[in-house]
Design a protein around this ligand. Structure first.
Ligand SMILES: [Fe+2]
Ligand SMILES: [Fe+2]
Length: 328
């Protein structure tokens, strides 16, 4: 059922992409570009925009823009030497797609109908150890962040984006080493890592990290990456179970986040532009809408990782079961 939904979602994405967007080299759209700038800024703190006729927007170039333009020109010249022109994507209304870190076909409307309460009851010693490990991490996060959920979300995402990349890398290398297919799991896990990284890019707009938080991220990443890598080599079943429980905690944290927004202790500010485009949120979307879709993503990650652990538990390899690609 989930796979059918994924396929439908992918088909819907493709159709929407064809309908709304076109793509081509810069040169063929230079005229349109000069007439219409991006509809939304790349960051909520980006330069000011000037409204022009027809309700669209045009960017007013800052006076000190010359150097930037020169650099861009040099970059374009280097790219064209190799015949690799940076592609730019345009919407149907002629405005340019402003994000280079993700494209229209990467965007989706989150499935917020997913059951948020599902929980894997620990059944084995490994399950209980995984649950305890996550409880300990949660205790540390509670002690450090308390109810500063913006900061907490941002820091959580710096960790949450690691397992998918590590697992995808290990499976990639295994596929090469053993001359065998992956069942789509490499892609599914890398998609999860990318999705988590988009959560981070979003929360960066809401909570700016301080220097000591950045230092903490570097330290935690150094420890967690290596621990998870080793753990995945020794027992992928255990590693996926840990992530399954981590995602259960993430769902809980975002529910608390929503509670604080609803209680008024966290300002329900406008959604960052990057989130509006990535999750196809309606105009006027707020931080609350963002937290709701991020929480739905975490619930999908929970299911995928518990599912992967269950596959190992049933003494199968992941490659024997088609991966849930596009499931988020
Ligand atoms: Fe996340
Ligand atoms: Fe997640």
């Amino acid at each position: 059922m989930a796979m059918i939904q994924s396929a439908r979602r992918a088909a819907g994405t493709a159709a929407l992409t064809t309908r709304l967007f076109s793509m081509g080299p810069i040169a063929s759209h230079s005229t349109a570009l000069s007439a219409a700038g991006p509809a939304r800024m790349a960051s909520t703190t980006a330069a000011a925009v000037e409204p022009v006729q027809g309700g669209s927007f045009n960017v007013a170039p800052p006076a000190s823009d010359k150097e930037e333009k020169k650099k861009e020109h040099e970059k374009a010249a280097a790219a064209s030497y190799w015949g690799v022109a940076p592609t730019r994507v345009f919407k149907e209304d002629g405005t340019q797609w402003q994000w280079s870190c993700f494209r229209p076909w990467d965007t989706y409307a989150a499935d917020v109908s997913i059951d948020l309460t599902r929980h894997h009851e620990p059944a084995t010693f490994g399950d209980r150890a995984a649950r305890q490990a996550v409880k300990t991490m949660r205790w540390a996060a509670d002690a450090f962040f308390q109810r500063r959920y913006g900061c907490r979300a941002m820091m959580l995402e710096t960790v949450a984006a690691v397992p998918g990349m590590v697992a995808g890398m290990v499976l990639h290398l295994r596929s090469l080493r053993r001359f065998e297919h992956s069942g789509g799991w490499i892609r599914a896990l890398l998609e999860e890592a990318e999705n988590e990284r988009m959560h981070l890019m979003t929360f960066m707009e809401v909570a700016k990290p301080k220097w000591y938080e950045r230092a903490l991220v570097i330290t935690i990443q150094g420890v967690f990456f290596n621990a998870y890598f080793l753990g995945y080599l020794l027992s992928p079943k255990f590693a996926h179970r840990v992530v399954g429980y981590l995602e259960e905690e993430a769902v809980h944290s975002y529910t608390e986040f929503l509670r604080d927004i609803d209680a008024g202790s966290i300002d329900n500010v406008p959604a960052p532009a990057i989130a509006v485009d990535y999750w196809r949120l309606p105009p006027g979307a707020t931080l609350r809408d963002v937290v709701v879709v991020v929480r739905a993503d975490e619930a999908h990650h929970r299911d995928v990782n518990h599912y992967a652990s269950d596959i190992y538990h049933q003494r199968h390899a992941l490659r024997e079961v088609a991966a849930p690609i596009g499931y988020h």
